[in-house]
Structures are given as structure tokens and as C-alpha cells.
Write a protein that binds this ligand. Structure first.
Ligand code: VGL
Ligand code: ZN
Length: 206
């Protein structure tokens, strides 16, 4: 059984949003088409409280892009984004969620960030996505969405570590590339961990 994981295609991650990923909106029609070849689709949603520790604004004197310690881990500071129950946290317009079996929220604990759809960044709490997919008999996952060098990478690495055959559908993803080369580095890191990198055109129908 295969599943598609649609990662964080939310208003704040597309152009015009607080943490816009360059070309982030381009994945919407591609992911809509990709979804038609999957029977089981789950989506992840970045879903932060307003006082989340990953927001630069919550650390006086710190700026976006600075690094701090949060929950005992190094944390890059971001603009305020994907705050629960705000338009920035809504799924992007035009993204078809009609066939989603489940939406997994992450980043809800103000004291730790969560790039992966499976665990927080310290692997302390599971979101339940791993157990859900195993209970559904899933052995292979495909990952698409935003952003290649953060939530896609960590979701794919955790999926692989949990024993799923894991593929990132590269043309259906876009990255932040905070430092040029980050996306390329993320792809190399995923490959080295046994994650397959594919294009939607290789996947056959439709
Ligand atoms: C993400 C940075 C902060 C992502 C989420 O979805 O890739 N990146 N929060
Ligand atoms: Zn976030």
C-alpha cells in the first residue's frame, strides 16, 4: 500500500505569505494532479501557537535567521508564520483537500519546533502519523509540498527511519534555500539516507 504525504502547502509558505517559499504556489496544480494516482493521502499542517519559540519576534533582540537554543536544540528563528486559526495557516487556495484521509498538525508545542510530520525536532513526541500509516498497511510513502530543505527533508528522513520505502517527488516540492545550496544539500542528505528522489513524470498514470 502506498500513501502520499502532502506537506505544509499553506498560505504563509506561498508568495505573499510570511515565510514565502520561492515558487511555492507552483506546486499546487502539480500536487493536485499527483493526488489523483493515490488511494491514501494525508496532509501535514504547520500549526503554531502565537508564542511559539521558533518566532524571532518572541525573542527580544533576535532577528529572523538567527540561531538560538530551543528545547535543548539549535533553532533557526523564523518570521511569525502559520499561527493557529489565522489565514496564514490555511491551506493554499486551489489546493484540493477533498480526498485527504487525515490532516496532521505539528509545531503546536511552543517549546520545540517540528519540521517533520512524524515527530518534533527532538523526537520526543510522535504526531501519530507513523502509527496511522502502519495501521493502514502502508509500506511506501511519497512526499510532496513545502519546503524541500525543512519539512520535506525531515518528514522523508523520519519516514525512512520508520521503515517506509520513501520517495520525494522533487518537482512537486520547493525549498527555502536560506543559504544557496541548502536545497541541493537536503536532496543529497535524503539520498544518502535511502530516500528515493523522483519526478512526478516518472510515476506513470495519470
Ligand atoms: C517550515 C520553517 C518553519 C516548513 C515550517 O514547512 O518547511 N519551515 N516552519
Ligand atoms: Zn513553522
Amino acid at each position: 500500500m502506498e500513501a502520499l504525504i502532502v506537506v505544509d502547502i499553506q498560505n504563509d509558505f506561498i508568495p505573499g505569505g510570511a515565510l514565502a517559499v520561492p515558487g511555492g504556489d507552483e506546486v499546487i496544480p502539480l500536487v493536485n494532479r499527483l493526488q489523483t494516482r493515490f488511494e491514501l493521502i494525508v496532509a501535514t499542517r504547520d500549526w503554531h501557537p502565537h508564542d511559539h519559540g521558533s518566532f524571532a519576534a518572541n525573542h527580544p533582540g533576535k532577528r529572523v535567521g538567527d540561531s538560538i537554543e530551543l528545547g535543548g536544540l539549535q533553532q533557526t528563528l523564523w518570521p511569525v508564520h502559520c499561527v493557529q486559526n489565522t489565514p496564514g495557516a490555511d491551506f493554499a487556495p486551489g489546493l484540493n483537500g477533498d480526498r485527504w484521509a487525515r490532516v496532521v498538525v505539528k509545531g503546536t508545542d511552543p517549546g520545540i519546533d517540528s519540521y517533520s510530520g512524524f515527530y518534533d525536532n527532538g523526537h520526543r513526541m510522535a504526531t501519530g502519523l507513523g502509527d496511522y500509516l502502519k495501521q493502514k498497511g502502508v509500506s511506501t510513502v511519497f512526499v510532496a509540498g513545502l519546503a524541500t530543505d525543512y519539512c520535506i527533508k525531515f518528514t522523508a528522513l523520519d519516514a525512512r527511519a520508520l521503515g517506509f520505502a520513501t520517495f520525494v517527488v522533487r518537482d512537486c516540492c520547493r525549498g527555502v534555500d536560506l543559504n544557496p545550496g541548502d536545497v541541493e544539500g537536503a536532496v543529497d542528505e535524503m539520498r544518502a539516507a535511502g530516500v528515493g528522489i523522483v519526478d512526478s513524470t516518472e510515476l506513470g498514470r495519470p
